[in-house]
Design a binder for this molecule. Sequence first.
Ligand SMILES: [Ca+2]
Ligand SMILES: [Ca+2]
Length: 252
Amino acid sequence: MRKIFFILIALCLWGIAHQNPKRLRNRVFLQNSASMCSESEGILMTKFVSFILTVFFMLTLFSIQSLTAIEIALEAELGEIQAPAQVLKDKDASRGEYIGVPEGGGSHNGWVDYEFEYPMNSTYWIAGKVIAADGGSDSFYVTFDGEDKGDVNGTNVWDTQQGPTWHWDMVMGRNLADPRPFELKKGKHILRIWMREDGTKLDCLFISTDRNAAPREPTDKDVKLQKAGKGARYVEPKLKLTSTWGAIKNTY
Ligand SMILES: [Ca+2]
Ligand SMILES: [Ca+2]
């Protein structure tokens, strides 16, 4: 619906910009102030207004593409789990469960896989809801499609933000980027969260093509989709004026 609204705005701008210059000049400049503008000044101004409106039309049109985002909200405990990673209970976790290796259970072993169809080529951003109690319990490795987890200090290390209660943290890559962008082609991909330090807890994941999307816990619908192996859904980012203008500026 919002997309249609913006397409209509773009079409209106296009229409205004391509009105007959003489008619537009007559409406804008000569109707009420014939004595203020000469005819040549009026035509010049009309061309200028037409140029501005055309530029704005193009920016609006290009920004429409960025008004569609993909969201995948996952329960961490519903992935394919390799021991010693395991499902653990916590009444404060989403749906009362999370994954991890209990403190003392050993580090750098075990993982959880999430296999999904990604509906379009895009940059994807991942957030996880975590508990990371201390400096010895605050990291995972993150890879796609069978890539090895790599060196213990490599780029696939996700150093989670520490905190004793559940909180969202964007997946980063050590010495790479925070947050870390993942370029994915349309099609099936396997996201693997490797256990790195025991005691690090993961409740749920939120994947989006919108870097600014607010992470959220999976709804019943998301869980149903996840269990059916179809996690992705199309959403329209919140169209606050600032974010819309931001999209236009980014496009430009
Ligand atoms: Ca630990
Ligand atoms: Ca959970």
